[in-house]
Each structure stands twice: as C-alpha cells, then as structure tokens.
Design a protein around this ligand. Sequence first.
Ligand SMILES: O=C(COP(=O)(O)O)[C@H](O)[C@H](O)COP(=O)(O)O
Ligand SMILES: [Mg+2]
Length: 485
Amino acid sequence: MNAIDNRDRRDRYAAGVMKYRDMGYWQPDYEPKDTDVIAVFRITPQDGVDPIEAAAAVAGESSTATWTVVWTDRLTACDKYRAKAHRVDPVPGSPDSWFAYIAYDIDLFEPGSIANLTASIIGNVFGFKPLKALRLEDMRLPVAYVKTFDGPPTGIVVERERLDKFGRPLLGATVKPKLGLSGRNYGRVVYEALKGGLDFTKDDENINSQPFMHWRDRFLYCMEAVNRAQAATGEIKGTYLNVTAATMEDMYERAEFAKSIGSTIVMIDLVIGYTAIQSMSKWARRNDMILHLHRAGHSTYTRQKSHGVSFRVIAKWMRLAGVDHIHAGTVVGKLEGDPATTKGYYDICREDFLPQRLENGIFFDQSFASLRKTMPVASGGIHAGQMHQLLDLFGDDVVLQFGGGTIGHPMGIQAGATANRVALEAMVLARNEGRDILAEGPDILAAASRHCTPLRQALDVWKDVTFNYTSTDSPDFVPTASVAG
Ligand SMILES: O=C(COP(=O)(O)O)[C@H](O)[C@H](O)COP(=O)(O)O
Ligand SMILES: [Mg+2]
C-alpha cells in the first residue's frame, strides 16, 4: 500500500493503534530520490515480530511516528515527511536479522547539523521494545546534504603542504605513560620522539588537566620540545595538544593558547559530542589549525555487529563535521579491526567518490562533493616490525602512530623514533623500487637494521609480537533479491 492509498482510506486516521506498515512507513515500491538520505539498519526483531513491521517501525520512530495514530499528521505534508522503509533483506548466515533500507526526505534535517541528523536516525529507535537489537550499518548522504557541511578545515593536501612532507606516511607517537607525568618530563618525551625522527607526538585520550600536570604546563613544555626538535632536525614537527575539557569555553581557551604559543594542531576526543566537534572544527577553520580527533569511546557502540552504530557511519559523520585526522584502526595492532571493514573506514576518509563496496561494508555509492579529505590515523599496539604490512594496508596518506612502539624501545625514546623512521623510509624506498613489500618485508627490515642499531633492537624486542584474535565486526555480504512485502 502506498501513501496515497493511506490518505484516501477513512480508517487511516481513526483513533487507536495501527501497524506501522499500515501507517505508510513500509513502501516497497518507493524509489529513493537523489536528495533522500538513506539508512541501512541491521534489525533483530523480537521473536514473532515480522521483519517488515519492525523495519516500518524503525522508519516511523526515526521520522514522524508515535505509537498511536495522531490526526495532526493531516496538518503536515505527512506523505513527504514519513520515512519509507522500502527494502528488507535477510542477513546472510544470520537467520534472526535483516537489513532494512529506509529513505528520509532531505527536509527532515537541519542543514549542517550532525546533532540534528543523529537525533532522528539514532534518536529513539535503539531502545524500541519490539527489537532485540538494532545496528546502523551505513548511510547514503545526498550531495545536496553533504554540501551543507564545511568538512575538514585543513585536509590532507594542505596538511602536507604546511608540514612540507610528501610521498610517505607521517609518523607519530602517543606519549606514555598515559597519566602521571609532570609537564617537564612529558616535554622530554615529546622532544626525544620528535628529534629521533617522528613528525608528530600526541596527547593520549585521557590527558586533559589533572593534578599531576595542568594543561598550561603541558602545552608550554610540549611547544618548547617542538621548537627545539624543529631547530635540531630542520623539519616541521607538531604535537597534538588535547584541548578536550568540561565546557566549550575551556576548550576555546586551551585552543587559543595552543595557537598563541605556535602549535599547528589541536586535538579533541569523540566523547565531547557532535556539536562540540563541529564548534571546534569551525574554530580550527578560522584559525588555520589542524584538528585531530581521537575516537575515544567509540567501541562502546561500534564493535558488536548486532547493536549500535558502525564506525563507518561515525567516519562519514566526522568527515562532514570537519575533522582533519581521525583514528581509524590498524588491522594488525592491539584493537579491533577486521581488514576488509577497516579498508572501508579509510576509503570514507580519503575518497571523493566512494562506490558501493559490499565486501568492505560500504552499502551505497557516496559522493563527498569535494569536502576535504580526513587523514586516517593507524594507532594502537603497532611496532616497526609491522611496517611492511602497515604500508601495504594503508598507503601514504595515513599517520602511523607508535606509542609503546616508540617509548618502550630498550635504548630509549629517541632510538625508538629512529627505528620507526628508518623502517618506514626503507619500506617506502623498496615499494617505490617496485618490490613486493608484503612478501619481502621482513628481509627489507632486516637489511635496513644492519646499518641501524636502533631498528635491530626494535625488531629483536617486538618482531614476534602479534595480536591475532577473531574480529567481531566483519562485513556480511548482501544478496541482491529483496523480500517481497
Ligand atoms: O594510546 C593509544 C595507542 O597507544 P600504543 O601505540 O602504545 O598502543 C590510542 O589511544 C589508541 O590508538 C586508540 O585506539 P584507536 O586508534 O583504535 O582509536
Ligand atoms: Mg590512548
């Protein structure tokens, strides 16, 4: 039944409770418009709940509906404003769950607001009783909507120009231990790591302004370290100063101070929320600063296939919201990261037009309408012995970040940084010479380590360290045939 039938039926607006599919939220013949937002959810209905009714309910509750018929619908262009579930496919290998496609008219969303988009799409529906679980797998964001966002303030191309570094991944390190260092000792770590060969160091997600180190101490000692390392090496260096704080006023104060003492980059955590992220993005754009986003907290809702929001959706939202860097996984390191799924995240950050790639979890063609590109960051339990795999997986436009894998080096932080820089340059050279770095990687590293003691020591300590566990979030292929309504 389509929306027109609904309007014509006298019983459509009789008071009482009616199935969502009968209220017009299931329209199997609906052809999404180019300007529609489309979401694909993985729905796991409660036992006995029809998947089509469940899909219609998600469409209803994420757009205009409530649990009972309301006559005030008739005061609106309700056919237009109702989200339309239009396709439901079984999830292969998972008999209890279904992929439901839902189209939303663009007029349902305020331009340029992730807060508004998410208040609809992930607002009420995740707690809906007829569903055991619900996951937002992917979204098609129409060009007309993408164009209402500013996107990354700096982007990959301009970041490289400011750094004057091209043709290789950038190298970074998260300062460790995460908590407890004084400002002066913290600055020492930054200096050693940058002097030894890294491009960036960074604050960890939970370093803000604690009793052991107030933020101004950290910023001042870090910038002294950056300036000294730049002078010593003749290269541009940076350190991501985490401005995450309790209020926007505090974050602006910290960001202004970072800029005033010469930092090129500031950092925020995902936990500050979408509106705060967009505000900091506007600030970074006005102030010619690179904005680094640490995705702290994301695994609470991205990691399980059956419930939550895929990180590929968060990555799309963050490119629109406008961050220059985003943590996107390592595949080989200590944290969750299926190779195919992770490739999808990297493509979202770096492509201007991303075609549907079901094997990478990408359900839709997606144009980014010339928004600048976000630099993905590979971080979490990586070391020099994996350099061939990292370069093969991620290519050049990535920051490879070795925290423990720099600071834990047996001969010290500078040696750890040198090991990573030499391993990277040896691998880039081998790749550029046309060698098969994946197959020959260990030999290439071993050869480079003959002339670089720090690299030899790094390989001796870490070369056998791997994190081989089953991924919790791999793509499920989607059949082309849909279930008839
Ligand atoms: O502190 C680290 C890594 O330190 P180390 O290099 O010592 O393991 C970061 O918080 C993680 O990368 C976050 O994870 P993700 O990057 O997946 O968001
Ligand atoms: Mg961390």
